[in-house]
Design a protein around this ligand. Structure first.
Ligand SMILES: NC(=O)c1ccc[n+]([C@@H]2O[C@H](COP(=O)([O-])OP(=O)(O)OC[C@H]3O[C@@H](n4cnc5c(N)ncnc54)[C@H](OP(=O)(O)O)[C@@H]3O)[C@@H](O)[C@H]2O)c1
Length: 337
């Protein structure tokens, strides 16, 4: 019997500036055989994330960089095709770091988790609203942002996968929510579909002038996904005891030179405020709590979300660029099989 072939996309070069499709290399190898206590997983869907740009770079971070020549790292949903493990049986759907390839081995230390069979949600939701994306929004806004009814919350990349969930959780908590996004279409979706209070197109409008109008009581929480000028502008408009959640800094991920710090940081002193970095993997021991709550809100119609699904593993190297030009509409996912 001929071996199962495994298509893989490797990291071939460390990007300088923007990612280029030539930073990746395609190869085909035989799929691995599961050993004792292991299962062979066939990937169905791959999550594409801005954080991947950081994983491609050398240097100190919250996780080791991907080594040159290794299969590119990524979270996946897959299906068990062969199993020598009591934990996984053929047909089970599994979440794990299955990477940019067709097949991988899940075992006791791989961090793979079988998904419940009887949930009324599409599988892709476990990479979006019920996956790392939803959990980032949930723990970031609730545990670090600590929203209270009546407060004003500003969210950047507000129409994106994480940002759109943050907006709705803050709105459900009774906050005034102002989103910042990169197109009129995205701003219209935020207001008309998600019901937030105001939205600012940072590409065509003055963020400072529009924030002054949209935040008459200034800003209590800023959920920051971009860093840079927008972070600096918001810092100049915070209230006493504000919370600035540093979730991401996409304006800086492609930087080739040192990035200037926010000159308005002194507001943290004058306003006795807190700016705190946050990484969702620190909350994995509470993942079930987050998934249950997000699932309940989803079932009750209190959460809307969008998924942007690209067909074909071979298209992942080009698709990831869309996170940086803003052309993704919602959680970017590659359908592998
Ligand atoms: N801390 C954590 O544990 C954690 C976990 C997951 C994600 N994150 C962070 O959360 C943020 C959002 O991630 P996501 O997966 O939800 O992606 P996403 O928001 O769905 O997609 C990225 C969006 O970023 C915006 N963007 C790209 N370049 C930009 C720039 N130079 N200036 C301003 N906006 C820019 C684009 O939207 P526009 O059209 O609005 O420009 C793009 O659609 C990222 O910063 C990511 O690193 C953090």
């Amino acid at each position: 019997m001929s071996a199962i072939r495994n298509r893989q996309i490797l990291l071939a070069a460390r990007p300088v500036g923007e990612i280029k499709s030539t930073d990746f290399k395609y190869q085909e190898v035989d799929a691995p055989e599961p050993g004792e206590g292991q299962a062979l997983i066939r990937n169905l869907y791959l999550s594409l994330d801005p954080a991947m740009r950081g994983w491609m770079r050398e240097g100190d971070s919250y996780i080791e960089p991907v080594r040159l020549g290794d299969v590119m790292r990524g979270g996946t949903i897959g299906e068990v095709v062969k199993s020598n493990s009591a934990e996984f049986k053929p047909g089970d759907k599994v979440f794990g770091m299955g990477n940019w390839q067709d097949y991988w081995i899940a075992g006791p230390k791989s961090g793979a988790r079988a998904l419940p069979a009887d949930v009324p949600f599409p599988l892709t939701n476990f990479l979006s609203v019920l996956g790392i994306t939803g959990l980032t929004a949930y723990f970031g806004i609730l545990d670090v942002g600590l929203p209270k009814a009546g407060e004003t919350v500003v969210v950047s990349t507000a129409a994106g996968a994480v940002g759109s969930i943050v907006c709705q959780i803050a709105k459900n908590k009774g906050c005034r929510v102002v989103g910042i996004a990169g197109s009129d279409d995205k701003c219209a979706w935020l207001i008309n579909d998600l019901g937030i209070d105001a939205a600012i197109n940072y590409k065509t409008q003055s963020v400072a002038a529009e924030l002054r109008k949209a935040c008459p009581n200034k800003i209590d929480i800023y959920f920051d996904n971009v860093g840079g000028e927008i972070l600096n502008t918001v810092l100049g408009m915070i209230n006493v005891h504000a919370r600035v959640v540093i979730c991401g800094a996409i304006t800086q991920y492609n930087a080739t030179q040192a990035v200037p710090g926010p000159s308005n940081y002194i507001s943290l002193l004058t306003k006795r405020s807190r700016m705190e970095g946050f990484v969702v993997i620190d909350y994995m021991h509470r993942a079930m709590e987050g998934v249950m709550q997000l699932g309940q809100w989803l079932a009750e119609g209190k959460l809307k979300h969008r998924e942007d699904i690209v067909e074909g593993l071979e298209n992942a190297p080009n698709a990831i660029l869309r996170l940086f030009d803003g052309s993704n509409k919602g959680k970017l996912i590659v359908k592998i099989a």
